[in-house]
Design a binder for this molecule. Structure first.
Ligand code: F6R
Length: 601
């Protein structure tokens, strides 16, 4: 979703801002812009579309200066066009602002304070910058005007403001939306994701909601709204700049699919003690083991990982578990048990829908655990506990390695809680995860087979169905999401047995039906469902597991523990989706309309 960068230092800001925005491209956006301050004022360049378009515009503009802010916009208020792109300026052009998030009371603020202003854009953001000018015209200093505006805003925001009468400061604040301050020698930066500014620093300071931060070349001053100065240590961002590069791969998605065996090995290593036993912080084990019911809250792919996690938690740890879509749960909370524990699964740790639930459960005083890829992310900071995925940065919008990492971490948590509950272990998990790692390796080595499957089944189709039963059904939901989000093929995942209750009406001659058959107890029934669709003309692609396979199956995955099959079967679906999108000449890493980190509700 929207991204922010800013630089104040000794070097030319323009190139640093453009490079920073390029690093944020993965979050999803539809327009971008930068503003640079120098003695002749603030020069703004904006463009609809990719950063490459902005680069062309910016190169033509005179933008030398050592202070600037930049933004990638994912449209919420108003279509993606020049006027609605950030940065936005106040009427006199003295103040320039970038904003991520959504201001809920912008109409009210506009009516109350800005009725005489002609607005150029349809955005909520323009109201903020006009308000700063309004209070500045009333005689407040820029810092005081900014602070006053912050005290009036309702909603989510990360803000970077510059004043062309003060070349020495960027004014910064946030609420709910992510924003970090990067610190350097004689320069400082702001960024919604450390990845953006790793080019110049790996030292970052967190900002808390409702703080006012004045970023200067040689100082960062953090204050409360009441003006009390806050001391804040910086930390080292644990991201290797090379992890955020594509390397030898054509796309981040392909790279991230290929990284899955390495991620599995890292997880095995991180959650294992020197005696080869599973390990985890004892306070996490205690809180999870004491819960009478677990509520898993997530969105999209992370929700699908949660569905698989439920199987482990119930079957191994014996704790009743519900899995909920965050955006529904927040408006329609079910009856909670007496001692619930909430598990938030989120690759980014920033998903606004999940955070909205965490805010509510924190108010209710319930224990929470975030499973995330991003240490220090909002969901991680605001929950009682965090388990890290150790998957390395996931840049492609379509999540792949985070899904398998989430499932692996959930399997480890479940086994540890099973032990705490003195439930007999029927699985040597570390050994089984090692087998899974080898199986994933075999599948990525077979990438050309997946490409052929994409050609045979998906080359020209407008729709496709994924079916499975029990845990395979959960994976079919993820497979269909992967395919639809990057190839734009209308794809749906169904429980095999549900087809004949309606959906089978959609099957026509040649409709691709991708069926997963990795579970012994439903092997015959899913194959029965395949026969039903074949009788109506479907083109079946059967992905089965060694030991359960039958003649004519399209692809057979290596045998792994039955409950861990999602970790392996999903890799076939990730690769098939990747090639289906590639063959349609689509932008695999940045599918249309989507954002990597969905920071608005
Ligand atoms: C799909 C995808 C999304 C995310 C969802 C939640 O490939 O990536 O469905 O899973 O937006 O994001 P996180 O996990 O960051 O909370």
């Amino acid at each position: 979703m929207c991204g922010i960068v800013g630089y104040i230092g000794q070097d030319n800001a323009k190139e640093l801002l453009l490079k920073g925005l390029e690093k944020l491209e993965y979050r999803g956006y539809d327009s971008a812009g930068i503003a640079v301050v120098n003695e002749s004022g603030t020069s703004v360049s904006k463009a609809k579309g990719r950063i490459s378009e902005l680069r062309k515009v910016a190169e033509a503009d005179d933008q030398d200066g050592t202070l600037g802010i930049g933004h990638t916009r994912w449209a919420t208020h108003g279509v993606p066009n020049y006027e609605n792109s950030h940065p936005h300026q106040s009427a006199s052009k003295r103040f320039t602002l970038v904003h991520n998030g959504v201001i809920e009371n912008y109409e009210e603020l506009k009516n109350e304070y800005l009725s005489d202003i002609t607005f150029i854009s349809e955005t909520d953001t323009e109201v903020i910058v006009q308000l700063v000018e309004h209070f500045s015209n009333e005689g407040l200093s820029t810092e005081d005007a900014f602070t006053k505006v912050i005290s009036l805003l309702e909603g989510s925001y990360a803000l970077g403001l510059i004043d062309n009468e003060d070349e020495d400061k960027i004014f910064v604040a946030k609420n709910k939306s992510p924003l970090l301050i990067g610190v350097g020698d004689d320069f400082n930066v702001i960024a919604s994701d450390a990845i953006a500014m790793l080019q110049v620093t790996n030292q970052y300071k967190e900002i808390h909601d409702h703080e006012i931060v004045i970023v200067k070349r040689d100082d960062v001053v953090i204050k409360t709204l009441e003006g009390e100065v806050q001391e804040r240590e910086s930390y080292t961002a644990q991201i290797d700049a090379a992890d955020a590069e594509k390397g030898v791969y054509d796309h981040y998605m392909l790279k991230e699919i290929h990284e899955q065996p390495a991620v599995m090995r890292r997880i095995i290593q991180e959650y294992q003690d020197e005696n080869g036993n599973l390990k985890m912080d004892s306070s996490i084990i205690k809180d999870v083991a004491e819960a009478d019911r677990i509520y898993v809250i997530a969105a999209g792919t992370s929700y699908h990982a949660g569905l698989v996690g439920k199987e482990f938690i119930e079957k191994w740890a014996g704790v009743p578990t519900e899995v909920h879509v965050a955006s529904e749960f927040v408006y329609n909370m079910p009856l909670l048990s007496e001692k619930p524990l909430f598990i938030f699964i989120s690759q980014s740790g920033e998903t606004a829908d999940s955070r909205a639930v965490l805010v509510e459960t924190n108010k209710l005083g319930h224990k929470s655990l975030t499973i995330t890829n991003v240490a220090g992310s909002t969901l991680s900071r605001e929950a009682d506990h965090t388990l890290l995925l150790h998957a390395g940065p996931e840049i492609a919008v379509a999540s792949t390695k985070a899904y398998t990492a989430q499932i692996a971490v959930l399997s480890i948590l479940s086994q540890i809680v099973a032990k705490e509950h003195k439930r007999e272990a029927d699985v040597d998990l570390l050994r089984e995860l090692a087998k899974v790692t080898t199986a994933i390796e075999a599948i990525v080595d077979d990438a050309e087979v997946m490409e052929q499957i994409a050609t045979d089944f998906l080359e020209t189709t407008r729709n496709a169905f994924f079916i499975g039963r029990t845990i395979d059904y959960n994976v079919s939901l993820e497979g269909s999401l992967k395919l639809k989000e990057i190839s734009y093929i209308q794809a749906e995942g169904f429980a095999g047995g549900e087809l004949k209750h309606g959906t089978i009406a959609l099957i026509e001659d040649g409709t691709p039906v991708i069926a997963l058959a990795t579970q012994e107890n439903v092997n015959l029934s899913i194959r029965g469902n395949v026969k039903e669709v074949v009788a109506r003309g479907a083109n079946p692609c059967i992905i089965s597991m060694n030991g359960l396979n039958k003649d004519g199956d399209t692809y057979v995955i290596p045998q792994v523990h039955e409950l861990l099959t999602p970790l392996v079967s999903v890799v076939t679906l990730q690769l098939i989706s990747y090639y289906a999108a590639l063959h349609r000449d689509l932008d695999v890493d940045k599918p249309r309309n989507l954002a990597k980190s969905v920071t608005v509700e």
